[in-house]
Write a protein that binds this ligand. Structure first.
Ligand code: ZN
Length: 177
């Protein structure tokens, strides 16, 4: 496995809508290695989500995993995701992004969503999730459409460097996605 280079904000790949993954492609050694490398890269940088465009691969794939939350998200590789909001509730919470290093900001997101996608074995998967796990799924799916979390903020007042975040906003670090 290898640790991949992460594209930073300003790289056009982050603003390019990614192409859908073909079913036949999923089982290939190259695609399976990409998934393993993305998981290793996400863990190396202590992230909780990483989308393929963030590692310069413009395909509809992301990996994510949230531990210890009220609504944990098991480590998953998600291919060709479709997200449907459930209910109207919107919550604001802190986000970070591995492509926007050392910045945090509060982003409104749907509180509860249903995810339909394909897993790394090529099987259909479906998941309904609330809270931070739902937030991560929305953040990663946005990456596949060329959308960054700044685009979802309704005010930039909470935009904060990580050091100031730790000093003035919280003792708990918000991981990046
Ligand atoms: Zn991100």
């Amino acid at each position: 496995m290898s640790i991949l280079k992460v594209a930073r904000m300003g790289h056009p790949v982050l603003r390019t809508p990614a192409r859908a993954v073909d079913a036949a492609e999923i089982r290939t050694a190259a695609f399976q290695k990409l998934i393993d490398d993305m998981i290793e890269t996400m863990h190396e940088y202590e992230g909780i989500g990483l989308a393929a465009p963030q590692v310069h691969e413009s395909v509809r794939l992301f990996v994510a995993g949230v531990e210890g939350d009220e609504h944990p998200l098991p480590l998953v590789a998600v291919i060709n995701p479709e997200i449907t909001p459930i209910g109207a509730a919107v919550v604001e919470d802190w986000e970070g992004c591995l492509s926007i290093p050392d910045i945090r900001g509060k982003v409104p997101r749907r509180d509860r969503v249903k995810l339909r996608a394909i897993d790394r074995e090529g099987r259909r998967m479906e998941m309904t999730i609330s809270g931070y796990g739902a937030r991560v799924l929305q953040h990663e799916t946005d990456h596949l459409d060329g959308v960054l979390f700044f685009d979802r903020m309704t005010s930039f007042e909470t935009l904060t460097f990580l050091e100031e975040y730790g000093r003035y906003w919280s003792r708990t670090e918000v991981p990046a996605e």
